[in-house]
Design a protein around this ligand. Structure first.
Ligand code: SF4
Length: 346
């Protein structure tokens, strides 16, 4: 990368401040913001509404640089997994998931992840670093630039590599740019932050009034089992998580989504379902059941739930809980589950 300062990732406010500090009008910041994020023009020379003097100054000292798309793997079900190479050589992933009429992009917030969930390939990479704002936005911008003319990303989920609440400031800044009508223009109700149960993050997001949706990767409502599957439970207990979610739903006025992985004999028993019903009682929510997707290198004792157990589990939950869906695993043939592609390349 060159010595020039990369502007990609700067917020609206930061671009305005930069223009003022260089002696230009504030509105030039707004113009650059629109060129970069809305029009996807990365060449200052083509930013025709900026003065020639400003364009020349930008070309001399600044750049607009995005990571490189290293691979795009298309699955039989049209799920596409993208592998990006960042400027320091780190690899991250994003997954485009068609689910007519929606087209969802699952994005990463960190390089690797420090939380060590036992069913997750990203956990095996370990934690390298947080993503910069520009690296988060680039995933969306680069995928949008590769879409077919009739395609449009309608929904975003921060469910890829990393725990978004451990990189809260950058994720929040990226979301604000994503929501801006002068940039990506994706509304708050179409964006979901998924947490492994980072309790302070839930309070922070709620108190900040960050309006996006919240999902919790729960996977077990049994303290013992969850501690084993998701070590973050040792730091933030299920009781604390429950309290935070009651606070969030009452303040935000939106329900949360629980993601629940069905692992045969471990999380898919009727005893587990009973605990889950008790845990979600009083929390406005929807439960997404996802059958476990086995992968090389993950514990051999983890097996997907068989169809019979899966439906028994679902039928126990509903109507005892308000809404239950069984989510189809997408992109199995291209290893679309979190971290699988990057793990293979590291
Ligand atoms: S499941 Fe999510 S939070 Fe857990 S280790 Fe993987 S990336 Fe991190």
């Amino acid at each position: 990368m060159s010595d020039k300062t990369n502007l990609y990732g700067l917020t609206y406010q930061e671009l305005e401040d930069l223009m003022v500090s260089l002696g230009y009008k504030k509105y030039s910041g707004r113009q650059i913001f629109q060129w970069m994020y809305q029009k996807k023009v990365f060449d200052f020379g083509q930013m025709t509404n900026l003065s020639k003097k400003l364009r020349a100054e930008l070309e001399e000292n600044y750049s607009i640089a995005l990571p490189r798309v290293l691979q795009a793997k298309v699955s039989e079900d049209q799920t596409v997994k993208y592998l990006f190479e960042l400027f320091d050589g780190s690899l991250i992933e994003a997954v485009k998931i068609p689910d007519d009429p929606r087209l969802t992009l699952c994005m990463s917030s960190q390089v690797g992840c420090p939380l060590g969930c036992k069913f997750c390939k990203t956990a095996q990479i370990g934690f390298k670093r947080n993503l910069e704002v520009g690296e988060i936005l680039s995933q969306l911008a680069l995928v949008q630039m590769m879409l077919k003319p009739e395609e449009r990303i309608t929904n975003l989920v921060f469910m890829g590599m990393g725990e978004p609440f451990l990189n809260y400031d950058n994720v929040k800044a990226a979301i604000e740019t994503i929501m801006s009508v002068l940039a990506f223009g994706i509304g708050h109700s179409k964006i979901t932050l998924s947490t492994a149960g980072h309790v302070p993050g839930i309070y922070r997001m709620t108190d900040d009034g960050l309006k996006v949706r919240l999902a919790v990767s729960l996977n077990s409502a049994d303290p013992e089992v969850r501690r084993r599957l998701m070590p973050i439970t040792k730091k933030y207990s299920l009781d604390e998580l429950r309290k935070a979610l009651i606070y969030h739903t009452s303040q935000a006025g939106r329900r949360v989504t629980f993601e629940y992985l069905l692992i045969s004999g471990i999380t898919d028993t009727i005893a587990s379902a009973k605990k889950l019903v008790k845990f979600v009682d009083g929390i406005p929510c929807k439960i997404n059941l996802i059958n476990y997707n086995p992968s090389e290198g993950l514990p051999g004792e983890f097996k997907p739930s068989n169809e019979n157990d899966l439906f028994k589990f679902r039928d126990y939950l509903y109507p005892r809980t308000p809404a239950v869906t069984v989510r189809a695993s997408k992109g199995i043939d291209i290893k679309a589950a979190c971290g699988q592609l990057a793990a293979k390349h590291q």
